[in-house]
Design a protein around this ligand. Structure first.
Ligand code: MN
Ligand code: MN
Length: 473
């Protein structure tokens, strides 16, 4: 038997042995708090400029060019290059001192977000009102899209070779659109008495866009006609042009400070632009790294990473082959490069919602304000559809983050049998690289007003920056 320990020794033991989550606000000094605030301002600007994947690619390319990145396709000299594909996905590369076959450092985020897409024949009139038919994209709770201001973003391609870009509902004075909802007086049977999953139908997510007629009451479809005439006058497009269009309906208005203390950011599309922006700032600031650093911004994550701009596409392999050729090496080394590489699947996690403790397992769930999340595995049930990061990889990340003062938390999305979700980690893992999910915890994820802590947003950026330049591998 050892002698009982005094209070002081017990406290010392606790400190030494137990995991003590660190609240970023407790740890950050004035300088770091100022950096967090400034970072959040730039981040909100990004959210406002990049509400769709196309807009995100443009904004990322604009910032990359301003920071001296050159287009990989143009074969210009330089160690900082970008590679853009289909206008919907983009990669930023900073060449390292070591050969590519020593592995690259990859941070991969996604720039698509849940929304309503217009159908190919969207315009119709009913009851003397004009609507647009939509098909929702990604995992939404449909009721969240009713009775709120919505904006239209996208492109319409015409047969005479024009690409008409639309962005309506964002500037002060712009009109907005909406999906109307029933008054509570009439919603009892068709909504209130049903299960939430059945009460709101995708086919009823129709967007109200007008109510003016053209011609006299005998004119056929004169409300639809008035709307199409407006489109022709304003944009030079006809109804058939909407077949070759990609129009996205998103929540209208800018990202905002949330809370009286302005400690949070509220806005649409923070899954996954919180991580995308962190990756962007981190890679733009990285200079002369040991390993080649790559920030990848994928499309189509929210619908399962299918399609040629997604994480399941051959994009990464092609990019590595081009980088090898650029350095005068055989593209056949591609697989060796990827298998020696380390990656972060830069995606958000769900923070604890104190109103629903029953879906979280609080010992392993993320809390807002406690830093960037390290999620060893996602998936559902018995870890189905999960990438499961190796312990050897986690210990390296712990080390580099702790040494750099990156505050992080181990996180697990929800209780074991509660649900779950996937990320791009498993699709990149097939290349043999080390990969783990690491990103910002959010509240109200996938909603029109997602919530993040400015402290966690900043720590996400700090984590990626550290990852790009830390020694090892
Ligand atoms: Mn995501
Ligand atoms: Mn998502």
């Amino acid at each position: 038997m050892t002698a009982p320990l005094d209070k002081e020794s017990l406290e010392e033991l606790r400190k030494r042995l137990l995991v003590t989550p660190k609240l970023v606000w407790d740890q950050a000094d004035d300088t770091e708090r100022a950096a967090m605030t400034a970072y959040a301002e730039r981040y909100k600007q990004f959210l406002n400029r990049a509400k769709t994947e196309r807009e995100a690619v443009k904004e990322i390319e604009r910032q990359a060019q301003a920071a001296g990145f050159v287009d990989l396709a143009r074969q210009e000299p330089g160690t900082r290059v970008f590679y853009s594909y289909k206008g919907k996905t983009i990669a930023l590369v900073v060449e390292g001192r070591r050969p590519l076959s020593d592995g690259i450092r990859l941070v991969a985020a996604h720039i698509d977000s849940p929304r309503l897409d217009l159908k190919q024949n969207p315009v119709y009139e009913d009851t003397d009102l004009v609507f647009l038919k939509t098909h929702y994209y990604g995992g939404i709770k449909k009721y969240q899209w009713l009775a709120r201001p919505l904006a239209l973003h996208g492109v319409v391609l015409t047969l005479d070779g024009r690409t008409v870009e639309l962005r309506v509902g964002e500037e002060p004075g712009d009109p907005v659109f909406t999906v109307v909802d029933l008054p509570p007086h009439l919603g009892r049977k068709v909504q209130m008495e049903k299960k939430v999953s059945e009460a709101f139908e995708g086919e009823k997510l129709n967007v109200l866009v007008g109510s003016l007629p053209l011609g006299d009451p005998d004119t056929k479809e004169r409300f639809k006609l008035a709307f199409l005439k407006f489109l022709e006058d304003q944009y030079g497009i006809i109804e058939e042009d909407l077949v070759s269009a990609e129009m996205e309906v998103v929540p209208a208005g800018p990202a905002v400070d949330l809370g009286w203390d302005r400690s949070l950011v509220g806005g649409y599309g923070q899954d996954d632009r919180s991580c995308a922006y962190a990756a962007l700032e981190a890679v733009l600031e990285t200079r002369d790294p040991e390993h080649t650093c790559l920030a990848l911004f994928y499309d189509k994550e929210e619908i399962g990473s299918d399609g040629n701009t997604s994480a399941k596409s051959c994009l990464l392999e092609e990019l590595v082959e081009q980088l090898l050729e650029r350095q005068g090496q055989s593209p056949l080394l591609r697989r060796r490069v990827l298998m020696a590489s380390r990656a972060i699947s830069a995606d958000v996690s769900g923070g604890i919602d104190p109103d629903y403790p029953e879906v979280h397992e609080k010992r392993n769930a993320a809390k807002l304000g406690y830093g960037v999340c390290l999620t060893k595995f996602t998936g559902h049930g018995g870890k189905y559809a999960a990438n499961d990061a190796h312990a050897e990889y986690l210990v390296w990340l712990r080390r580099i983050f702790n040494e750099a003062g990156v505050l992080w938390q181990a996180s697990h999305l929800g209780k074991v049998d509660e649900g779950g979700g996937g990320t791009i980690a498993k699709y990149l893992a097939v290349h043999g690289l080390e990969i783990i999910d690491c990103g910002t915890p959010l509240l109200s994820m996938h909603s029109p007003l997602e919530v993040a802590s400015k402290a966690d947003l900043y720590m996400t950026y700090k984590a990626y920056k550290t990852f790009f330049t830390a020694p090892g591998g």
